[in-house]
Design a protein around this ligand. Structure first.
Ligand SMILES: [Zn+2]
Length: 289
């Protein structure tokens, strides 16, 4: 079995407005421009305080000064080398993963278009001396796996296999409702095991999303979320598995203070287990055989 030692890992999708380029709305664009940098700064400070390395899944177009979206709304929503530089200069050694060049739809595009996107990502990451070996699929659409090797990718994230994901396969709306119900009620949150595939790729499923706290997600509370994550981490320790938390900086746009309190509670808890020698903190390319 891979990595027969309990571990905890965080992956963060850094995409700014690229995450919703095909359904733009001014509220979200304003949030990106006004909040994203402040949130990333706070995240970096927290990770430094806790000496906690994480994986930043980065959209490579954020490094491209002339990307095709820079004239829309505000360049700062589409171009952000300043953020990537801060991550790279952080005292905590984080990992930069690829989140594709332009957050394209992997399910709907042909192999040649995906290859072109990967080539562009590779080019722009190289300008910062980054050679990512981890791919986080845009929209978590795991597809075109057969070309990953060509682009140096050895690891990829997949979505957790929780019950509400299964609901989502049948109906998107029920899936959304079930996702929120999952965060409100104390259902089990599972630790995961990295899976090594025959082609050599290592799949790392996620355990839970640090869900946003706006609109109909308001009934989600810190107490429930913390209890779910804590139990999941404890189960990871018991089963010698991994607990994988993921989110976007945009998941902190609403109820920001509460979200940061929750994140700090989680890190404090995991840190206490690390200090007792019970769990390792890893970035995604450390899940090697
Ligand atoms: Zn994304």
């Amino acid at each position: 079995m891979l990595n027969n030692y309990p571990s905890f890992t965080i992956s963060i999708d850094l995409e700014l407005a690229w995450g919703f380029w095909d359904k733009l709305n001014s509220t979200h664009l304003n949030n990106v421009v006004n909040n994203e940098r402040i949130i990333v700064d706070q995240l970096l400070k927290i990770f430094e305080d806790f000496q906690f390395p994480v994986t930043w899944a980065t959209v490579a177009a954020l490094i491209d000064n002339k990307n095709k979206m820079t004239n829309i709304f505000d360049k700062n929503a589409w171009y952000a080398p300043d953020i990537i530089e801060k991550i790279m200069k952080s005292k905590t050694k984080h990992l930069i993963a690829s989140h594709s060049y332009s957050h394209i739809n992997f399910n709907e595009n042909s192999k040649s278009i995906i290859i072109e996107d990967f080539e562009k990502a590779e080019y722009f990451f190289k300008t910062l001396n980054i050679l990512p070996d981890v791919l986080i699929f845009p929209r978590n659409q795991v597809a075109h796996l057969e070309i990953l090797n060509k682009f140096n990718f050895k690891f990829y994230r997949s979505l957790d296999k929780s019950w509400y994901k299964k609901v989502s396969k049948h109906s998107k709306l029920f899936g959304k409702v079930a996702n929120i119900a999952d965060k409100i009620f104390p259902f089990k949150t599972n630790p995961i095991k990295p899976i090594k595939h025959l082609n050599g790729l290592i799949e790392i499923p996620s355990s839970i999303l640090l869900i946003s706290r706006n609109g109909f997600k308001l009934p989600v509370t810190n107490i429930n979320m913390f209890s779910k994550i804590k139990k999941g981490v404890q189960r990871a320790i018991e089963n010698k598995e991994c607990f994988h938390l993921w989110f976007h900086p945009s998941n902190f746009y609403y109820k920001e203070k509460k979200q940061f309190e929750l994140l700090k509670d989680v890190l404090r808890f995991v840190n206490s287990k690390r200090e007792q020698g019970l769990i390792d903190i890893k970035v995604l390319d450390q899940y090697v055989t």
